[in-house]
Design a protein around this ligand. Structure first.
Ligand SMILES: [Zn+2]
Length: 292
């Protein structure tokens, strides 16, 4: 820290749950005539940004998260599209960072890029950050990510990523993907669950591992104030248990992105009822979906 920089105190005892009643961009009947921004930016608070990729660029329309600390920001995931022309993630992130630094001047400020997991719709924009100054990008693959978080040595560890007074807690949460990571942010109370838990089709690659992950997430959440459980997609409709078919590019009837720890318990109860033989099962806001 340099003299004159104002330090933000991110260590307030309990995060206050804020409303998240955002009208997310959700595609259009004709992708060609879509007039939404390429990337929607929602400021949850002045240090916390939620981004959504336009469905007309890629039907996956993933959510991304940009969290600011005193010394660096972290971008969690880089979206579903590599091209900076079609999907200008680097430009949008740089604009948010510049705006934040205008309000909170610092001589040097770093950007860390991490991932919820290594599926293509979460890492495609990585290349846009390759030549960015003052940037560390940790690839999302198992070998690289597990080494970075220390999960290679101890998969049950809670890894800490300090952004400068804002210390994220990170858990290895495989099941959907072998290198899935869940992030807890004590400033907002967000539990960022990637594609492990979200309002959509929960594709389960490894059933027993997924069961164990849900148990761990509940156990972890019991000891932390969790305000919102936020995954990376919305695939459900507002009709309980009914999802939009895969590759849908117009979802006018989406439920909110945010879930609660109650949904973690609902998932656990469903898994318990199903037992050892993986089976598909729809609940109002998610569908357990074992991969073939
Ligand atoms: Zn995904």
């Amino acid at each position: 820290m340099v003299a004159g920089t104002s330090l933000i105190d991110f260590t307030e005892a309990t995060p206050r749950p804020r409303a998240l009643d955002v009208r997310w961009i959700h595609g259009s009947p004709s992708a060609k005539h879509n007039t939404d921004p390429d990337i929607q930016v929602h400021a949850y608070d002045e240090h916390t940004f939620i981004l959504r990729q336009n469905m007309a660029i890629d039907y996956e329309a993933p959510f991304l998260f940009l969290l600011f600390g005193n010394e660096r920001a972290v971008l969690i995931d880089t979206g579903a599209t590599a091209s900076a022309e079609y999907f200008p993630l680097r430009r949008v992130v740089d604009e948010i960072v510049d705006g934040w630094l205008d309000q909170h001047p610092r001589e040097r400020y770093h950007l860390l890029v991490l991932h919820t997991h290594a599926h293509g719709d979460h890492v495609a924009g990585d290349g846009q950050f390759a030549d960015r100054p003052d940037t560390t990008l940790v690839a999302g693959d198992l070998a690289t990510a597990w080494e970075y978080f220390g999960f290679a040595e101890d998969p049950d560890a809670v890894a800490r990523v300090d952004l400068g007074g804002r210390v994220l807690e990170c858990l290895a949460t495989p099941g959907h993907h072998e290198a899935a990571v869940t992030f807890y942010d004590p400033w907002t109370g967000f539990l960022l669950t990637g594609d492990t838990v979200y309002p959509g089709r929960l594709y389960i690659q490894d059933w027993p591992t997924f069961v164990r992950t849900i148990d761990r997430l509940i156990d972890f959440s019991d000891r932390r104030p969790v305000t919102h459980v936020l995954g990376c997609h919305i695939e459900m409709t507002n009709r309980p248990g009914v999802d939009y078919p895969i590759r849908t590019t117009y979802q006018p009837d989406e439920p909110p992105l945010q879930l609660t720890t109650g949904h973690l318990r609902e998932i656990r109860a469903a898994l318990k009822e199903i037992g050892d033989q993986p089976a598909r099962r729809a609940h109002p806001l998610f569908i357990l979906w074992p991969n073939p």
